[in-house]
Design a protein around this ligand. Structure first.
Ligand SMILES: [Zn+2]
Length: 138
């Protein structure tokens, strides 16, 4: 697991992020909120393209690794590169989960669970509000 003390490359104040983002994006990404299941704009997106961080625009996931998990949140079996995201142990709400944040700006993305499909067996359960989708041009 990545060093939980790793510092993001982009560091803005909460006020700067609040001005840049919508209230929902700010809540999910910087107050570690979770959008309600099946309400996110990208849950049922099946177009080919790249999913970028909603805060800093770093590429995080691709459509090739997105799968239908039935959870109600966009789900991927691996990030675009191992260092695109940082995993942190999260013991809030009396559960032991692994939180996933953007390695570039530190925004909260969602959680990763060990019940995903092959080849990784991982399920990155990510809020639509934390992502920006860029359709591939080809
Ligand atoms: Zn980011």
């Amino acid at each position: 697991m990545a060093d939980t003390q790793a510092r993001p490359k982009i560091q803005k104040s909460m006020e700067e992020w609040r001005r840049k983002l919508t209230p929902e994006q700010f809540h999910v990404m910087f107050e570690k909120g979770t959008e309600r299941a099946f309400t996110g704009k990208l849950v049922n997106n099946h177009e080919d393209g790249i999913y970028h961080c909603g805060a800093c625009n770093a590429p995080l996931f691709t459509s090739e690794t997105k799968f239908e998990s039935g959870s109600g949140w966009p789900s991927f079996y691996q990030p675009v590169s191992p260092d695109a995201v940082i995993e942190h142990e999260d013991r809030s709400y009396g559960m032991r989960r692994v939180e996933v944040t953007c390695a570039t700006c530190g925004a909260h993305l969602g959680h990763v669970f060990p019940d995903g499909p092959r080849p990784t067996g991982e399920r990155f359960c990510i809020n639509s509000a934390s992502l920006q989708f860029e359709k591939s041009s080809s």
